[in-house]
Design a protein around this ligand. Structure first.
Ligand code: SF4
Ligand code: SF4
Length: 422
């Protein structure tokens, strides 16, 4: 704890209370409470290090009222790393007060890879007992409130795929004359919820004569656990994934979900403790590429098919401020013939999902999401493309509740259409 406090102080002293972070904080804009701003949280943590405030459950609740969207980081004139500060605070608070039982059990379940896989496959079979089809065909609605899972009866969620991605495709996806060999880190949501987007990524890579290995021993990236403060589980998963991905000596590690990509590329650096694994990660992290980034490096194929649609793009927080990717998806999408690309206002503003944030603070996250939907709808687009499954799920929910006809697709699914691979 003292070590963390000493680290916090290095950041806390930099804050000049200017309030710039207020103007960009979506939670503050929705909830209008100083405690939700980065400045407010910095003040609270300062009180902790000065011994005026204890690591109480109340403080834990306050620190949880943050999307970890990182919007307050780039604009801070003093360079306060609020993202690292808040994660570290959540870790100390979880260590002191624990986590709600449902969360703790769910996170522990992630460390039993085979059991977790079996559980979700069984869940896909029996989901009809708990969920019914949403009236607009956008997904499922809970038959009864499930507060433990953060589900009200109005929230539309996607169904679990009857066959996950890693069951649909072989571990080794060969090509006749390989020009490269990559690992595809699918993460959980592309595997269990959006396998079609994962299939599109594999097809695109194969069209470029890249052999794609989908390591069967990969685990959840750990983001839900460590962002909630459960570093024990987060560290276990991070170290497992690094061992599995480093063993293959791949040319690149391809991700299709911004949260997984940002975790593999950056967050693991502050989580992994084992020196040997840390060294492996240091060599591996530079190889982690989002599919759009990797594709721009390769160059798009010639003779793209027309995709007749109007499209707008949402920048996931973990893509734009986590992986530093903004140009690549736009460059690709704008190159597709027939596709009318229209930029939405505040494309890089958080959609309100924030991982487990939307499960706890659904009303706030809906308000934030509605701003995103309004901006998206003003473009007149019939497709919204994005590169994060959590954003996709949350935006689809909002569009469903609004009765909008706009479709949400993974950027790779749009590219696959242009490649004639759909
Ligand atoms: S923008 Fe940075 S320096 Fe200004 S109040 Fe927020 S955290 Fe402090
Ligand atoms: S990370 Fe996002 S939600 Fe959290 S304080 Fe910063 S701007 Fe607000």
């Amino acid at each position: 704890m003292e070590k963390s406090y000493a680290e916090w102080q290095k950041q806390l002293v930099k804050c000049i209370r200017c309030g710039t972070c207020r103007s960009v904080c979506p939670v503050f804009q929705a909830a209008d409470n100083e405690n939700t701003t980065a400045r407010g949280k910095v003040k609270l943590l300062e009180s902790v290090t000065e011994g005026k405030l204890a690591l109480t459950p109340e403080l834990q609740t306050r620190m949880s009222k943050c999307l970890l969207c990182k919007a307050c980081v780039p604009g801070c004139p003093s360079g306060v790393r609020t993202d690292e500060l808040f994660l570290s605070a959540r870790r100390e608070l979880a260590a002191k007060n624990g986590l709600p039982l449902a969360k703790k059990l769910a996170f522990t379940g992630l460390t039993y890879r085979r059991l977790f896989d079996l559980g979700l496959k069984m869940g896909a079979t029996f989901q009809g007992m708990v969920f019914k089809d949403a009236p607009n065909g956008r997904g499922k609605l809970a038959r009864f409130p499930l507060p433990g899972a953060g589900l009200s009866q109005r929230r539309i969620i996607p169904p679990l795929a009857s066959s996950p991605l890693r069951s649909r495709l072989p571990e080794r996806n060969q090509v006749a004359s390989p020009k490269g060999r990559v690992a595809f880190y699918t993460g959980c949501m592309l595997n269990y919820i959006y396998p079609e987007a994962g299939e599109a990524i594999v097809k695109i890579l194969k069209a470029h004569d890249i052999e794609v290995i989908i390591p069967s021993r990969q685990s959840c990236c750990g983001t839900p656990a460590f962002t909630s403060g459960d570093y024990q589980v987060g560290r276990y998963l991070a170290e497992e994934n690094v061992r599995v991905l480093a063993a293959g000596n791949y040319d690149a590690i391809i991700t299709g979900c911004a949260s997984c990509g940002a975790a593999l590329q950056h967050e693991y650096g502050t989580i992994i403790e084992d020196d040997k694994v840390k060294k492996m990660w240091e060599e591996l992290s530079g190889k982690v590429k989002d599919i759009t980034q990797f594709l721009v490096g390769l160059g798009l194929k010639d003779n793209l098919r027309e995709v007749k649609a109007t499209l707008t793009y949402h920048d996931p927080c973990h893509m734009v401020r986590g992986m530093g990717i903004t140009k690549e998806p736009r460059q690709i999408l704008k190159a597709i013939p027939g596709l009318k690309y229209v930029e939405m206002k505040d494309a890089a503003k958080c959609c309100g999902a924030g991982g487990t944030f939307s499960m706890v603070y659904y009303d706030i996250s809906r308000t934030i999401n509605d701003w995103k939907l309004d901006n998206a709808e003003k473009t007149g687009a019939d497709i919204l493309a994005t590169g994060c499954s959590a954003c996709r799920m949350h935006i689809t929910d909002g569009l469903g509740q609004k009765g909008s006809s706009m479709k949400v697709l993974h950027t790779a699914e749009v590219i696959a259409k242009a490649y004639g691979l759909d």
